[in-house]
Write a protein that binds this ligand. Structure first.
Ligand code: 4NP
Length: 160
């Protein structure tokens, strides 16, 4: 069988936004029975939170919406990721430019802004909710859920 289509979600700490994307997208992929065809992971550009569970506020918002992401653990992006993953999706511009800077030119086309996969919101970035209130985590979930649905449709059309 050919290689799975692979997706890596990237934010700064890998404890709020990218694990939320990982958890939501994994849930959608499972709902459609596509686990054997799509590989999913998430990572942070920074090393601060390596090995940690997602932020409890992210876990709670996801749980309220029927998604369990408590099993995920933070890791940092490494150069091997650019070989392994077909889609390397940045939550914000800082993450995007960081990835562009460390990747080889041949991998440049894999790096995209995640919100390119939704047109339901005017924002182009998923805002960092870490230092804000609970409302920020709800908004992250809404943005990420919408882009996750768009990404799955895109992958189904392009690859499956
Ligand atoms: P994330 O959020 O990039 O969505 O995981 C953050 C988590 C931690 C920090 C910043 C953003 N921090 O500065 O520790």
């Amino acid at each position: 069988m050919s290689k799975k289509v692979s997706v890596l979600f990237v934010c700064l700490g890998n404890i709020c936004r990218s694990p939320t994307a990982h958890g939501i997208f994994r849930h959608l992929v499972r709902e459609e029975g596509l686990e054997s065809l799509i590989e999913i992971d998430s990572a942070g550009t920074a090393a601060f939170h390596i090995g940690k569970s997602p932020d409890s506020r992210s876990i709670l918002v996801a749980k309220e919406r029927g998604i369990d992401m408590s099993d995920l653990r933070a890791r940092q992006v490494d150069l091997g990721d650019f070989y392994q993953y077909d889609y390397v999706l940045a939550m914000d511009e800082a993450n995007f430019y960081h990835l562009k800077e460390v990747a080889l030119p041949e991998h440049d086309g894999k790096i995209k802004m995640f919100l390119e996969y939704t047109d339901a919101f005017s924002e182009t970035e998923v805002p960092d909710p870490y230092y804000g209130g609970a409302q920020g985590f709800d908004h992250v979930f809404d943005l990420v859920e919408s882009a996750s649905k768009g990404l799955l449709e895109h992958i189904k059309q392009e690859h499956l």
